[in-house]
Write a protein that binds this ligand. Structure first.
Ligand code: SF4
Length: 178
């Protein structure tokens, strides 16, 4: 990837930090998926969540089938970080930004696969529970955790910011490419 061209591209967006990662170094963790199954009400409700995304092994293989990934954060401000509804509303801008990063890489000739935030809420009613295919597989971004990727582990390893404090939120995405 042409880094200077990428930097020029992202300068028009509120990307807070980014790192270029080699997927050989990336780990997937079973424990994240256990948290999904035990603590997340969205578990088993969309194609963007486990078990709909496949087994951990399948997720690992999918990640490793791409050579590199852009891991990045964007920052959002809310009036109250304890207000979950307000916080989640800021996620859509980050998802749009993630789509733009993916589009840039595709235009550069790469095949991409995007992992992003939370579960998918594109459709009012997901087809997952009806056993029908996803309506928008090209738009849908499974969440990082669904694939066993631990964002804060990458953040620590790459010396990035995980929390800016105050009424700010950092959202993270990983755009894999080959
Ligand atoms: S795009 Fe629609 S069908 Fe596909 S995962 Fe999202 S909500 Fe479900």
């Amino acid at each position: 990837m042409d880094i200077s061209k990428f930097e020029e591209f992202i300068s028009q967006y509120p990307i807070y930090e980014y790192r270029l990662l080699d997927t050989k170094e990336m780990e997937v963790r079973e424990r994240v998926r256990i948290i999904c199954s035990e603590d997340c009400e969205r578990y088993g409700s969309t194609w963007a969540c486990p078990p709909g995304v496949g087994t951990l092994e399948e997720c690992r293989n999918k990640i490793k089938s791409y050579t590199q990934g852009i891991f990045f954060s964007s920052v959002a401000e809310v009036s109250d970080v304890m207000n979950m509804e307000e916080m989640l509303a800021t996620r859509h801008d980050h998802e749009a930004l993630t789509t733009e990063v993916g589009r840039f890489l595709e235009e550069e000739g790469h095949e991409i696969f995007i992992l992003s935030t939370e579960s998918c809420d594109i459709c009012e009613q997901c087809t997952y529970k009806e056993g029908k295919p996803c309506r928008h597989p090209e738009r849908m971004h499974p969440c990082l955790e669904s694939h066993g990727v631990v964002a804060h582990e990458i953040v620590e390893g790459e010396h990035m910011e995980y929390n800016l404090g105050g009424n700010t939120i950092l959202w993270f995405s990983l755009v894999l490419f080959r």
